[in-house]
Design a binder for this molecule. Structure first.
Ligand code: ASP
Length: 332
């Protein structure tokens, strides 16, 4: 991971410095992803064979003309990675960077550019860790920089507009993609091969951002401040995902449990999130192994394999977000 590099400056040169004084102040944090990806010259137009996390956040801002008229921008490069390689430790580091910025007088909001693959996990972790306040907006891209019709510049431009808008404050962490504004709780990557890759399941987006400006069409089910704000644990516990399916015999669970009980897994297994079939049913052979794990003190939480939990403690969360929340919860 590269060192964080700070650059408080107009995004694209003279124009924004002229207008910058009266504009809302927005910090753009770069972490990598396809939005910062570059394809080999021979496939630059399609983006085939690109490498994620190459360009710096200042280059992303420079490729979004007009953004300097929306906000007075500062940018910080936190890291430049493919988000498939994300680590929970980064959530805490990034939450601190956002908190520091929000504590400054006159700050309107923050944008975090991210890979699309694990955006929903980071968005939800930040949503859990950050107190309500100035807008925090994650954005990404499905096409690398330089590809024909690359979606990154528009998504970044829209994200800055949302972060600069007081109407976006106190709505929890938001995700802006393809003209839609999603709540961190609800958003998930629904399609790997489409530019409109993200959705908010049955609830739908919180709002829209387009030529008519920012429009929220619904409220969050629980307003920030009414839900718990989690503290990051001193050390992240091991919470693993396992899946129920035809022929699921529990071998994986037993292997994990045995390793953990023998002290060969560090950190040891604290909990299992089980992707159940249908509305959360589990193959009887896997269930037997889960019962053994539970008897050994491992927390077992079954969630639906498709979509989000309905009701209860994890209402509205999909499996990867249930895992994030269980990692944040103190041991029972
Ligand atoms: N693998 C990339 C990432 O998550 C995919 C993307 O950004 O769309 O970093």
């Amino acid at each position: 991971m590269t060192q964080a590099a700070s650059n408080e400056r107009p995004a694209t040169g003279g124009e924004s410095s002229r207008a910058g004084g009266d504009l809302p102040r927005v910090l753009v944090l770069g972490t990598g992803g396809t939005i910062a990806g570059v394809a080999p010259a021979a496939s630059a137009a399609t983006g085939a064979g690109y490498t994620a996390g190459v360009l710096g956040v200042d280059a992303l801002l420079a490729a979004a003309p007009g953004v300097e008229r929306v906000a007075s921008l500062a940018c910080v490069q936190l890291c430049n990675i493919d988000s498939k390689d994300a680590q929970p430790e980064s959530w805490v580091q990034w939450a601190r960077a956002i908190e520091d910025w929000r504590a400054r007088p006159g700050v309107a909001g923050c944008v975090l550019t991210h890979g699309s693959d694990t955006l929903e996990e980071t968005a939800y972790a930040l949503d859990c860790l950050l107190a309500p306040g100035a807008p925090v907006v994650l954005t990404a891209a499905m096409l690398p920089a330089g590809a024909l019709s690359a979606d990154g510049p528009r998504n970044l431009y829209d994200a800055v507009r949302v972060a600069a808008d007081p109407a976006a404050a106190r709505r929890g962490v938001l995700c802006v993609m393809h003209g839609r504004v999603h709540a961190a709780r609800d958003v998930s990557k629904e399609f790997a091969g489409r530019v409109d890759a993200f959705g908010s399941g049955e609830r739908g987006p919180l709002g829209f951002i387009g030529s008519a400006g920012l429009r929220f069409t619904r409220e969050l089910p629980a307003a920030p401040g009414e839900r718990p704000c989690w503290r990051a644990p001193a050390a992240w516990p091991r919470v693993e995902l396992v899946c129920s399916h035809s022929g699921a015999d529990g071998a994986l669970v037993r292997a994990l449990l045995a390793q953990s009980l023998q002290g060969l897994l560090q950190p040891p297994l604290r909990a299992l999130v089980v992707l159940g079939t249908g509305s959360g049913t589990v193959h009887r052979d896997l269930q037997a192994a889960l019962d053994e794990a539970a008897a050994a003190g491992v927390r077992v939480q079954v969630v639906p394999r498709h979509g989000a939990c309905q009701g209860g403690e994890f209402d509205g969360l999909n499996a990867v977000k249930v895992r994030v929340q269980m990692m944040l919860q103190p041991p029972i």
